[in-house]
Ligand binder design. Structure first.
Ligand code: PRX
Length: 642
């Protein structure tokens, strides 16, 4: 664990203009939020959201099930769009879009609202009704936000599938939530090439009986096969759709979206978020953590396929009336300075990205940064994994020019919104720590028995009070929801991370301590990759472990035993990597495939991944092997290593 002691205080200049500019105010609000949560959240919900019908109760909590703001009604899309149209924001940019080839578009709030209304009408014309599910498999283009907001408007539950996922992954997700509609594109641009989204959908759809229609956005213009009656062009449907749509009022707990994420079994979990609480969490954190102002150009580089894209590209910032920059492509296309050139070109003021990206920029070299001024920036953010102090300092010095506060935000798909973070005008930062909890969040670092560990000792990270943007359940699997998050210590939320608190109460998150890996900020379940591997005809058994990696945070190392008669070869390694790419998506392709004669197991037959992890990390096994069934396996594995 790092012992970093450098402290960076917010500058007087930043504090003076901040939405929250004093530690004392943070502390007062925080104490109110945890000591009198009903009063606190009731007030915030009225201040930050536009209600059609006021709520009658703030929280009904029967652990682990929460109901926030019951009796109340609102429309999420109206909060993100219509409410700004009565203000000076009507004609301000909601989205500034830059495609990878360099095409740009600016869409005002009034224009975005019209497009969302039109697409809401399209959804209804295709027979979708409140509570139905629609899958969205689109590139990072404004239409992705249009599709999400149109679903929210109608009450259709969206599930966004990251464009890097394969046909198999689409099939699993669509079937799990029984989606009626898939919204996709002919393709998207990535590193100068077309990602064939529609083709992947076509491969999945013979196995998804619930899908009735596919709406296809024309983005790249490459040829796609359109299946008659099932497939419809986005532009055709929009051309005949009315530009007004009366948003219905939805109950606070109306499901808003399902987002699949990796867990400790082979089957992804469908995290369910609902309307009012989620919107309140994302709106308030956008306001306080990103310090959003009407003059800002805010850029979060996450893809809408991840929770960060949901909460901090679409719902949070649009609800705040911000100008959101959206970029379609890769950070090194055509050159590794694309991000910096976008910042200068569009005058980006707030920039939110992931440590893995920062480490890639460091590797590409400072010269790419130094070619650009970056003078418009005033605030930087980090998310997705622990940021190592070296990357933090580089970000601070090279990108922030020592002028911009850095908010290192800890949160998860399940938490919906940022949970632990500095408030940039109030809380001093220290490289590598996500610092202090946001309002209403009570993080505790506990040992096996549920006792708080001493200062600077490691333990498991729990959240001990319910918060508005918390996941409500796992789609179709409430038992797994209870078991996964609420059974480690009954009644407390276990997030799967290890952490410690320092003497100032600052939180240092170490990373996952369950069977989930964090590869380039993407969550990958070891069991998912293992089940993909054993579905290959030559594989008998597979064990997947993480190895620390300078660039990706963690790299995927797989140990494979082959069925008899199968021969280990480099060609087979490549085949297995490709197979995982096909089953899950290229983000899950193993970095290192190792063939083994056998895998170390306990007497009861459980694979001892701990030993494999040690081997993959240090090249040796020195840990406790007393429960190992067959020691010769270790000798063989070590011999392979040499
Ligand atoms: O391990 C933590 C890590 O990312 C996990 C959540 O992943 P996901 O649900 O995909 O959401 C990522 C974007 C919110 C966490 O359990 N993580 C996220 N942010 C941080 C982090 N680890 C350390 N510091 C962070 N700031």
């Amino acid at each position: 664990m790092s012992r970093e002691s450098r402290i960076f205080k917010p500058s007087a200049e930043f504090k003076n203009q901040a939405n929250l500019g004093s530690y004392a105010t943070y502390r007062r609000l925080y104490l109110e939020s945890v000591n009198a949560p009903d009063r606190f959240w009731g007030k915030q919900a009225k201040q930050f959201l536009a209600w059609r019908k006021p709520f009658s109760s703030v929280l009904k909590w029967k652990a682990p099930h929460a109901k926030w703001f019951t009796g109340g009604q609102l429309n999420v899309s109206e909060n993100c769009l219509d409410r700004h149209l009565q203000t000076a924001r009507a004609n301000k940019a909601a989205i500034i879009f830059e495609g990878e080839p360099g095409d740009t578009r600016t869409i005002t709030y009034a224009q975005l609202q019209r497009e969302v209304c039109q697409f809401a009408n399209v959804l209804e014309s295709l027979g979708l009704r409140k509570g139905d599910r629609a899958a969205i498999y689109l590139p990072m283009v404004p239409e992705a936000a249009v599709a999400m907001l149109a679903c929210a408007r109608v009450g259709v539950i969206h599930t966004v599938i990251f464009g890097g996922f394969s046909a198999e992954a689409i099939k699993d997700r669509v079937n799990d939530c029984q989606a009626k509609l898939v919204i996709t594109a002919d393709g998207g641009w990535r590193r100068g090439k077309v990602v064939e989204l529609k083709t992947n959908v076509d491969r999945a759809l013979p196995h998804t009986p619930t899908v009735q229609h596919v709406v296809v956005l024309k983005r790249t213009g490459n040829a796609v096969v359109m299946t008659e009656r099932r497939d419809r062009w986005w532009h055709d449907l929009m051309a005949s759709a009315p530009i007004t749509h009366k948003a219905k009022a939805h109950d606070s707990e109306t499901p808003l979206f399902i987002l699949y994420t990796s867990g400790s079994t082979g089957k992804p979990k469908g995290v369910l978020h609902t309307s009012a609480g989620y919107l309140l969490g994302t709106t308030m954190t956008s306001h306080y953590v990103f310090d959003l102002k009407d003059t800002d150009v805010y850029w979060c580089t996450a893809d809408i396929g991840w929770i960060t894209g949901h909460s901090y590209v679409v719902y949070g910032p649009l609800s705040c009336g911000a100008t959101v920059l959206m970029y379609e492509g890769a950070p090194n296309q055509p050159e590794p300075d694309r991000f910096w050139s976008i910042i200068d070109k569009h005058g980006v003021t707030i920039f939110y990205t992931a440590p893995t990206a920062i480490r890639a920029f460091m590797r590409w070299g400072d010269d790419y940064v130094k070619k650009h001024s970056l003078a418009s920036l005033r605030l930087l953010g980090s998310v997705g994994e622990p940021i190592n102090p070296e990357a933090w300092m580089w970000y601070h010095t090279l990108i922030g020019k020592k002028r911009c506060p850095i908010v290192d935000t800890w949160w998860q798909t399940e938490t919906g919104a940022i949970m632990v973070t500095p408030l940039p005008g109030a809380i001093p930062t220290t490289p590598g720590s996500c610092t202090l909890p946001f309002f209403g969040v009570v993080p505790k670092v506990l040992d096996e028995k549920g006792v708080e560990v001493p200062v600077n000792s490691g333990g498991k990270l729990f959240l001990t009070q319910p918060w508005p943007s918390m996941l409500r359940t796992l789609w179709n699997d409430d038992d797994r929801f209870k078991k996964q998050y609420w059974s480690e210590i009954p009644g407390l939320y276990f997030c799967g991370d290890g952490a410690r608190k320092d003497k100032n109460g600052y939180l240092w998150v170490v990373g996952r301590i369950d069977d989930v890996l964090n590869v380039s900020g993407h969550r990958i379940g070891t069991a998912e990759v293992e089940s993909a591997l054993v579905s290959h005809p030559s594989v008998a058994e597979a064990a997947v472990v993480g190895r620390p990696d300078d660039l990706k945070g963690q790299a995927l190392v797989v140990f494979v035993t082959l069925k008899s008669g199968m021969v280990a070869s480099d060609a087979l390694k490549e085949q297995l990597r490709a197979h995982v790419g096909k089953e899950i998506g290229s983000l899950a392709k193993p970095d290192d495939v190792r063939f083994a004669a056998g895998l170390p197991k306990t007497r009861s037959g459980k694979i001892m991944r701990r030993l494999l992890k040690e081997l993959a990390t240090s090249g040796d096994i020195k840990g406790d092997t007393t429960t190992l069934e067959d020691f010769s396996i270790i000798t063989a594995l070590k011999a392979d290593e040499e």
